[in-house]
Ligand binder design. Structure first.
Ligand SMILES: Cc1ncc(COP(=O)(O)O)c(C=O)c1O
Length: 358
């Protein structure tokens, strides 16, 4: 049983079928094909306005190229200190930004608060020696599995406008947040001031399906060139675009995310029934962050259940994990099976009862 991430499973059947269908015959290369055009139009529909769309193959490429478009080489880009862009991309965003720097702030559940961002911006000296803040990036869902509400995104959007920052959203788990909030893609992005989005589909059923969605025309101007220089203009682009046709058709993307979120809710409800187990913060999408006794950690591992330990950096000041416990991350996906979640809960429950009896 594997709860290590939502990219440990393959691609979903509708996505693979769409690739198979797109595979037949010949079409213009480098994204100038009919399927890519259709999918771009589909993004316009989904976001209820004209958007510029650039297909890429990884979330890291989407983030790095989006941020390079949004932040000049002398600028600072504010993000959470656990953000994927600062912690998990081997410096790719800073590499592609050509000198711009990421500034990581704290925040519970890996979420930025408007107050902390304002305080940080105010603390920066207005001197030529200080890199000026030019960008803000949030992850929706956050690296702590938490979802920014529309009001929270709007508050950050207002700060961006007031201080002249471009607003980037890392949407590796975009749709998990979307169905959690029950809002529209437009409401979760440009209507709250988001300028540029890394739209992830790989984790939710894609094979390698990521897109940069741009809401501000000026940020899209050089993106074709930046993508080409990064090796992200895919020659058989129709096979990348086709994945999105399968993904969007018949609300497949929404159904997948609802399933993943439901499995996470089921898992966290079950964990909360167990003695000496608590959640670091609430489960809001498809990731669960329980704090469990080390003995239980050992029992789960002995049963062959895979997952990752997590940092306590984003816990509230007053809440430490303690010496005998460990904070872990359990991720569910579109393909998670209810029986596997039940099995994990059974192993956990019997591990804890055995320990209590000893
Ligand atoms: C928040 C976040 N952003 C971006 C990514 C995309 O990374 P990759 O380059 O592995 O597709 C991930 C994947 O783990 C992620 O969790």
């Amino acid at each position: 049983m594997n709860f290590a991430s939502d990219n440990i499973v393959g691609a979903s059947a509708p996505v693979l079928q769409a690739i198979m269908q797109a595979n037949a015959g010949t079409m213009t290369a480098y994204g100038n094909d009919e399927i890519s055009k259709r999918v771009r139009a589909c993004f316009n529909e989904i976001f209820e306005r004209e958007v510029s769309v650039f297909f890429v193959t990884t979330g890291t490429a989407a983030n790095a190229l989006a941020l390079a478009s949004a932040v000049p080489p002398y600028g600072l880009c504010v993000c959470h200190r656990e953000a994927h862009i600062i912690d998990d991309e081997c410096g790719a965003p800073e590499f592609f930004m050509h000198g711009a720097k990421l500034a990581g702030l704290p925040g519970i559940g890996a979420k930025l608060s408007a107050e902390d961002v304002v305080a940080y911006l105010k603390s920066l000296p207005k001197a030529v020696k200080q890199m000026p803040p030019k960008g803000l990036s949030i992850s929706q869902v956050s690296e702590g599995g938490m979802v920014y509400s529309l009001d929270e995104i709007a508050a950050l959007g207002a700060i961006c406008r007031e201080h002249g920052l471009s607003f980037h959203m890392d949407g590796a788990r975009f749709v998990n947040a979307l169905v959690s909030l029950g809002c529209t893609p437009a409401e979760m992005t440009w209507k709250q001031g988001v300028d540029i989005l890394s739209f992830g589909a790989t984790k939710n059923g894609g094979l390698m399906a990521e897109a940069i969605v741009v809401f501000r025309k000026d940020l899209a101007e050089a993106l074709d060139y930046r993508s080409k220089r990064a090796g992200q203009i895919i020659s058989k682009g129709r096979l990348i675009a086709a994945q999105f046709e399968g993904y969007f058709a018949d609300d497949h993307w929404l159904d997948n995310a609802r399933h993943a979120n439901r499995m996470a809710a089921f898992l966290s409800e079950g964990l909360l029934q167990l003695p000496r187990v608590r959640l670091a913060w609430p489960t809001q999408a498809n990731e669960v962050f329980p704090i469990i006794p080390k003995t239980l950690d050992q029992a789960l591992k002995a049963a062959g259940i895979l997952y990752n330990p997590w940092t306590e950096l984003s816990l509230p000041e007053t809440e430490r994990v303690g010496d005998h416990k460990v904070l872990i991350r359990l991720v569910t996906s579109w393909a998670s099976r209810e029986e596997d979640v039940r099995r994990l809960l059974e192993v956990a429950s019997s591990g804890l009862s055995r320990e209590a009896a000893e």
